[in-house]
Design a protein around this ligand. Structure first.
Ligand code: SF4
Length: 323
């Protein structure tokens, strides 16, 4: 039995569209070791949202899964019944979304919402209120008992995100999926939320799958990093390895685009020129070749193999292939 809370193997997810089958995820492997924080990084369109929807099995109706498996706590998620999935969602797997106002109900008090989500627990009302107060305090909301009566709009954006995190952790999940939870916040609040997640992860002993397009944030918080590009995993390793020694040209470019890492004053932010290829008709060879400054002849026609560039640091790029 593995000590991963989540193990994804060879997962592909396609969407049926009028233009043809859009191959949103292809042969993805991902491990979340118990008690660790794993970051998934990549720009829009890399497949991060499809990955999350697959894990909680809330894919769009035009999605098909031609191959792969998702093992969560030694259960094959893709084979569970809807009732079994309902037991997992919100209890064993919780999610914090980018925009807290899409999580919180604007017309219901925070207290009512925090009590309602404990509907599975056989506790008294007083115990549920106490639990809600404790959770708000654990995320740094002062005077929590009286603030239970307030509505979401009476809190700042950072406070709303803290409340979303409190609600997500209330059921003590084994896995917390944080889907770009700091993207809508300013830089100061971003740092606060990252530190909060880090301390809560050790208090609650849960694992976190942290999704972001921002490699700097991932490096600050995560133990392991998975870099995704156009529906594929292109690099994987410890946060230290990927951040200090990125092996894939795409990861290198992502790091150079981090505003915190720009060495000199500039009026323009660095970007990665070019676009993600059409996922309906995939080009041959390396998926990143049209944007890669180091592309070689073989990149045009040969798909790079998964190679260990250093101990525990894997990459899919001909620059590191021994063949
Ligand atoms: Fe660039 Fe070639 Fe590596 Fe692809 S395989 S990232 S095109 S060097």
């Amino acid at each position: 039995m593995s000590d991963n809370v989540l193990t994804i193997r060879d997962l592909s997810v396609h969407y049926r569209t009028d233009q043809g089958e859009l191959k949103a995820l292809r042969h993805v492997n991902l491990d979340v070791p118990r008690g660790s924080i794993v970051g998934v990084v990549g720009e829009s369109g890399c497949g991060k949202s499809t990955l999350i929807s697959s894990i909680i099995r809330l894919l769009a109706t035009n999605a098909v899964i031609p191959n792969g498996s998702i093992d969560f706590e030694n259960q094959e998620v893709l084979k569970l019944s809807e009732d079994q999935m309902r037991d997992i969602r919100g209890k064993r797997i919780s999610i914090v979304f980018q925009d807290p106002m899409s999580t919180l109900n604007p017309v219901t008090s925070i207290g009512r919402q925090m009590i309602d989500i404990q509907y599975r627990d056989k506790k008294s009302q007083a115990e549920k209120i106490k639990r809600s107060v404790d959770m708000l305090e654990s995320v740094g909301i002062s005077d929590a008992a009286s603030r239970l009566k307030q509505y979401p709009h009476e809190f700042s954006g950072g406070m709303q995100q803290r409340i979303s995190i409190a609600m997500a952790l209330q059921a003590e999940p084994a896995l917390l999926i944080a889907d770009e939870p700091t993207t809508a916040l300013d830089a100061t609040l971003e740092v606060q939320i990252i530190h909060l997640l880090k301390s809560l992860q050790s208090d609650f002993s849960c694992s976190i799958l942290f999704i972001s397009h921002h490699l700097g944030v991932i490096a600050e918080l995560c133990d392991y990093v998975v870099v995704m590009y156009a529906g594929e995993v292109v690099e994987e390793g410890t946060a230290r390895d990927v951040f200090h020694h990125p092996a894939h040209p795409y990861a290198e470019k992502l790091l150079k685009c981090d505003p915190a890492g720009i060495p000199e004053k500039s009026r323009s932010l660095p970007t990665i020129p070019g676009e993600i290829p059409n996922l309906v008709s995939l080009p041959p060879g390396c998926i990143f070749k049209n944007r890669c400054e180091q592309a070689m002849a073989q990149c045009d026609c040969i798909v790079p193999t998964w190679t260990e560039s250093s101990a525990g640091h894997f990459v899919s790029c001909h620059l590191h292939s021994s063949e």
